[in-house]
Design a binder for this molecule. Structure first.
Ligand code: AMP
Length: 133
């Protein structure tokens, strides 16, 4: 079964398209967290970041950079949130690689993440050992 993004790429369902090339498209999210919320979507289907070639990820982030600049100039955004929901456990609803870019304005009150937590004694070093690449 096609993902909703494949149907958008194929022109089978409408979208407000901001950019397109051979590797990716950028469209407005239909259910924005802020007006202008954009998705940069790979043309080929990769469920997660780990499934996608490095050059695809690098290219998509070069487009994120352009969208970020446009949000700052055209929307007078003071900043952006850039993130990927990467597998269903992280909240990913569409299993097709896409990068969210949300324009932010000082004092807009949006919040995406829970408050910080604390490591137990020695735990931070152990996580460092586990995650060092
Ligand atoms: P995620 O939870 O990271 O998989 O995000 C999927 C995003 O796709 C959500 O923010 C949805 O609002 C958005 N979305 C789903 N269907 C459409 C659509 N037809 N056009 C634009 N955005 C969509």
């Amino acid at each position: 079964m096609s993902t909703v993004f494949e149907m958008i790429i194929a022109g089978e369902i409408p979208s407000v398209k901001l950019y397109e090339d051979d590797v990716c498209i950028a469209i407005l999210d239909i259910a924005p967290k802020a007006k202008g919320h954009t998705l940069v979507i790979s043309k080929k289907v990769y469920p997660t970041v780990s499934d996608a070639p490095d050059e695809v990820i690098a290219h998509m982030f070069s487009i994120v950079k352009k969208i970020d600049g446009k949000m700052r100039s055209a929307l007078k955004a003071d900043g952006t949130n850039v993130f990927i929901n990467n597998s269903p456990a992280s909240g990913q609803e569409v299993p097709h690689l896409h990068i969210h870019i949300i324009p932010r304005h000082e004092g807009d009150g949006l919040s995406f993440f829970p408050p910080s937590i604390k490591y137990d004694e020695g735990e931070m070093a152990r996580f460092g050992e586990q995650l060092r690449i």
